[in-house]
Ligand binder design. Structure first.
Ligand code: ATP
Length: 368
C-alpha cells in the first residue's frame, strides 16, 4: 500500500521556495525530491504527436501548474500518467515505482488520482453516491472480503463516513441527498475533488479545476487546492488563467506542441523567452477575440497577459517603453495593435529588449 498523503508533513511557503531556489528553468530540470518522474513519453493521434515529453520531474508536496496553448498536450499527458490512455513510448514512476501501463484504478491505488476537465458527475445519482464511487476498487475487490458480508458491510460504512467527511470539507454536506445534476458548475468541481480524495491520494492531478466556475467560487476552489498541499499532497493542475497560476503554483511547467518547453517559478514566467514565444507562436494565425467591453478573452487574454507581464518586467529592469516609433501597442488590443510581427515591435521574447509602447492604431486585429 502506498504511504497516505495525510501521513506526511507539509512544507510551509518558505520551505517550498527554498526547494525551488536552485532549480533550473530548463525543460526537464531536476527537482530536489521528485515524486513523479516521466521519461520519453509520447502519444500520437494519426500524424499528430500530441505528447512528446523527454523528461519531467514533479516536486513532492508542492503545487505544479501545467500551462500551454490550446492543443499543447496537457490533457493527453494527464490521461497517460493516470492510465486513461496508453502511451506509444516511455515510462514514468511514482516514488521510483513504475506506473506506466496500469489501469486507472491501479494507478489510483498507488496514490495518483485525477479530475476531469468536463466534470463526470453522474447527474441522476446523489451527490453522496457520486463521492462514494471514488472508493471503487479501493479494497473491495478481494474475493475473500466480498464473500464475507460483515467485512463488506463494515467497509461500506467506512466509505459512507469518509464520503460525508469529504462533503463537509468541500461545503457540500447539505447537498448529500440531492441529485448531482442539480449542482452548479463550481459545486461539481468540488464534488470531483471530493471524489478524487476518497482514496486518500498522494498525487492529485486537476484538469482545469476553475473552468466555468464563477469568481466567488473560484476563490473558494483555490483555497481548497491549497488545502490539499497543506495536507501534504502533491498537486499538478492544468490552468489557463495566469492569475490563478501565479496565486497558487510553487512551480510552473510549460508545454507546447506536445513537449515541455520551459519551467519556471510563477513570478519568472513572463521573463522566459520560450514561454512568450510559445504563446505568440501558437496564436500568430488566430484572430484576436474581445468581449463587448473591449477586454481580451480566451487565447487573446492569455497573449495579452504575457505581453503585459513582459512590459512590467521591462520597466522593472529599467527598460525604456517611451519610444513610440519602435513598436505597436501590444498591451492594449483596443488600440488595434498589430501582433503579427514581434520583430517589428522589439523582441517580445526578451523583456529586456521589448518595446511595448503606444502607437497610433494600425487598424488590424489579425495576428497572421
Ligand atoms: N482522442 C484524440 N484523437 C485525436 N486527436 C486527439 C485526441 N485527444 C487529443 N487529440 C489532439 O491532441 C492534441 C493535444 O490535445 P490536448 O487535449 O491534450 O491538449 P491540451 O493542451 O489539453 O489543450 P486544451 O488546453 O485546449 O485543453 C490536440 O491537437 C488534440 O486535438
Amino acid at each position: 500500500m502506498p504511504e497516505t498523503a495525510s501521513a506526511r508533513t507539509p512544507l510551509d511557503a518558505a520551505g517550498r521556495a527554498a526547494l525551488f531556489a536552485a532549480v533550473s528553468q530548463d525543460p526537464g530540470s531536476a527537482k530536489p525530491d521528485p515524486i513523479l518522474v516521466v521519461d520519453d513519453v509520447s502519444r500520437s493521434f494519426g500524424g499528430l504527436k500530441a505528447v512528446d515529453v523527454t523528461h519531467l520531474e514533479i516536486q513532492r508536496g508542492c503545487i505544479t501548474g501545467l500551462i500551454g496553448p490550446n492543443g499543447a498536450g496537457k490533457t493527453t499527458l494527464f490521461n497517460l500518467l493516470t492510465g486513461f490512455d496508453r502511451a506509444d513510448t516511455g515510462s514514468w514512476t511514482m516514488d521510483g515505482e513504475q506506473l506506466g501501463r496500469l489501469h486507472p484504478h491501479r494507478v489510483a491505488r498507488r496514490g495518483v488520482v485525477r479530475t476531469f476537465q468536463l466534470t463526470k458527475a453522474l447527474s441522476k445519482m446523489t451527490v453522496l453516491d457520486n463521492v462514494r464511487l471514488g472508493a471503487r476498487h479501493q479494497r473491495g475487490e478481494r474475493i475473500a472480503a466480498a464473500l464475507l458480508p460483515w467485512t463488506w458491510r463494515a467497509q461500506e460504512r467506512e466509505i459512507t463516513e469518509r464520503a460525508h467527511e469529504l462533503l463537509a470539507r468541500f461545503d457540500l454536506d447539505s447537498k448529500a441527498g440531492d441529485p448531482a445534476g442539480s449542482l452548479s458548475g463550481g459545486q461539481r468541481k468540488l464534488l470531483e475533488m471530493a471524489r478524487a480524495l476518497m482514496t486518500d491520494p498522494i498525487v492529485v492531478m486537476l484538469d482545469e479545476p476553475m473552468a466555468g466556475v464563477n469568481p466567488v467560487l473560484t476563490q473558494n476552489l483555490l483555497g481548497h487546492i491549497k488545502s490539499l498541499r497543506d495536507d501534504g499532497m502533491t498537486v499538478v493542475f492544468v490552468e489557463h488563467d495566469m492569475d490563478v497560476i501565479r496565486d497558487i503554483s510553487d512551480w510552473v511547467v510549460v508545454m507546447a506542441q506536445g513537449a515541455v518547453i520551459a519551467e519556471a517559478a510563477p513570478d519568472r514566467l513572463s521573463g522566459n523567452s520560450a514561454v512568450v514565444d510559445a504563446y505568440l507562436g501558437s496564436h500568430h494565425d488566430q484572430a484576436l477575440e474581445f468581449d463587448e467591453d473591449g477586454n481580451p478573452i480566451g487565447a487573446t487574454a492569455e497573449l495579452s497577459e504575457a505581453l503585459q507581464e513582459a512590459e512590467v518586467q521591462t520597466l522593472e529592469a529599467g527598460g525604456d517603453l517611451s519610444d513610440p516609433a519602435a513598436g505597436g501597442d501590444l498591451s492594449d488590443p483596443a488600440a488595434g495593435g498589430d501582433l503579427s510581427d514581434p520583430a517589428a515591435g522589439g523582441d517580445l521574447s526578451d523583456p529586456a529588449e521589448a518595446d511595448t509602447s503606444s502607437t497610433p492604431a494600425s487598424g488590424t486585429q489579425e495576428t497572421s
